[in-house]
Design a protein around this ligand. Sequence first.
Ligand code: NI
Length: 181
Amino acid sequence: MSVQPIRLFGDPVLRTKAVEVVDFDAELRRLVSDLTDTMLEAPGAGLAAPQIGVGLRVFTWSVDGEVGHLVNPVLDLSEETQDGPEGCLSIPGMVFDCRRALSVVARGFNQHGEPVTIEGSEKLARAIQHETDHLDGILFVDRLDPDGRKAAMRAIREAEWFGLDRPTVKVSPHRTNGLGF
Ligand code: NI
């Protein structure tokens, strides 16, 4: 078990595009293990490598009792959309309605370098889209409508954790009730 500190909004690593994994080695397996442990401990529905300070295209999810991971994901999104509450472990204590594709087909690799395809809808689809965004330096507040984004940015500026000298502070004063990704 190796729970890592979760980087918070304002940390530049969250705005940096992650690079593709080329070595499917022990280090990658340790990363997947760390992501899984950190996500489950939070607890959260998903976690992407940049959120623990690693700029690689890897994420994990935990949705409806199913725990998984994906490396180098490529997404195929449905045209049909869903509106629903979303949060982020890097923006603790905040949940806003966010529009996402209703379902997704995600192609990539598992930690052993074997090709895998993940098909998900609703919450799993939301998690996969949210985590893949993290790999491109995109945060869910970027996806909100203008009013929602304004409210979110105001709430972030006023949050007690924002602008702390310790950007790796992990313990959130507020849980996200399972809606943090
Ligand atoms: Ni997130």
